[in-house]
Write a protein that binds this ligand. Sequence first.
Ligand code: ACO
Ligand code: LMR
Length: 264
Amino acid sequence: GKVRAPTHIISTISDDRGEEPCYAGVPMSSIIEKGFGVGDVISLLWFKRSLPRYCTQFIEICIMLCADHGPCVSGAHNAIVTARAGKDLVSCLVSGLLTIGPRFGGAIDDAARYFKDAYDRGLTPYEFVESMKKKGIRVPGIGHRIKNRDNKDKRVELLQKFARTHFPSVKYMEYAVEVENYTLTKANNLVLNVDGAIGSLFLDLLAGSGMFTKQEVDEIVEIGYLNGLFVLARSIGLIGHTFDQKRLKQPLYRHPWEDVLYTK
Ligand code: ACO
Ligand code: LMR
């Protein structure tokens, strides 16, 4: 057989050695010829397979809906302040990206983990939420700074509407909605947020599409692929905010003294 020197890197998602680069074995020309979109490219490079159209469309909807949420949110604020300090595009982008985490935009993986575990173990929403409370952990995917029962997040409604129409099953999402119904009895702003909607619906996509084995679903949830959707999406908005500040020639930002409580 072939004798090879041991390699220092193993890679399984793409190959640029041939006449044209391939994503998960699919040559670029066929990506273009078949009219593939960003959702298909994400399917190939993240999940190493072509997914059905409704799945790639769902991925693209997540990207479009999470691309931006105005200048006041944590990520955009950081990017704007960085741009106004005269920094370059990459610095502004990463300064915004670094705010993504358990409170802001990066709760998708934990929402998927906790909703999956609770649903698979047959916990009622009451048992699930109260067990989280006992452990002192906020339910990831629940709660919003400005959204509430009477001012629901349009993004969540749009994602749910798409999935109810196109997904074979939305059992995890329906469970997340039952959790929301319970948390809303505690406080008005404990709505299912966009992270929780994407986390629960991606579980439905993974489990219901027939494209992943149970082990693969567990691995995707355990490794935590899903925050990647928010990171990728929000990069679009953060880059936009950076260009906006530079176009507007905004000066160095300094926070007003009046807005700080100086105290001992
Ligand atoms: N689960 C249970 N209780 C909660 C939750 C939650 N997810 N969120 C808030 N509460 C309750 C708690 O009793 C909290 O008191 P505590 O500080 O003793 O825990 C109380 O509400 C008030 O919390 P605040 O911090 O005032 O709520 P705020 O409006 O600032 O928080 C936030 C909003 C950060 C989103 C919060 O709800 C949270 O941590 N959620 C979980 C993480 C999450 O899903 N983040 C993604 C948001 S969507 C996005 O960023 C795109
Ligand atoms: C967002 O998408 O950035 C928001 O949901 C977070 C926020 O604070 O509004």
